[in-house]
Design a protein around this ligand. Sequence first.
Ligand code: ADP
Length: 208
Amino acid sequence: MTEDGEALKKKKAETLEMQNFTITQEHRKAHNGHPSAVIWLYGLPGSGKSTIANALEKRLFEMGNHTYCVDGDNTRLGLNKDLGFSAVDRLENVRRVAEVAKLMADAGMIVLISLITPYEEHRKLVQEILQNERFLEVYVECDLATCEQRDPKGLYKKARLGEIANFTGISDPFEEPAEESFRINTSQFDVNECVIKIAGELGMRFWR
Ligand code: ADP
């Protein structure tokens, strides 16, 4: 951080204080009839993050929950349209989406995020930001060859032709999470089976 940045940070720390409001997350939980949660789906492009988020949201919504999907591509078209795909911009992209998820969880929602989140360090930042929320990370696992064959947006093809730089899986790395990380494998299980597995995990962790 520059000297200016450090000075600004110090000034902010001296002048800002968290404002508390009468209606809290607990009130919203009672009002909604369910707790909030953040489900963070990460994995290679084409692994099935948006497809699973969509199907899982539908299931949770139809059960009467207050839900919302935050999609990496959609946020890049709006909130994050000033950001590119360098490591620094990817970190800021992840940080903003995590802060949005935190706000939405505070507002009482079950939030489903689909974001590649390829670096372990960035996933650590997400864990830090969401440490006080009901937070489930889901590795949407799928081998590169299958993702590339699916190529739902034709982006692998463009990346192979060199038309897209910093493309995860081709010209930018995807760091595999630790073996014990919770995951669904979309090349082995169909959408419905993956949704059931995540719903089961949510029930076990947060809805008991
Ligand atoms: P991502 O959001 O990870 O970039 P998408 O969800 O946009 O990926 O695309 C995944 C593609 O793979 C879709 O065309 C989807 O129909 C297909 N697909 C096949 N099997 C599965 C599965 N088990 N889970 C999710 N998607 C699957």
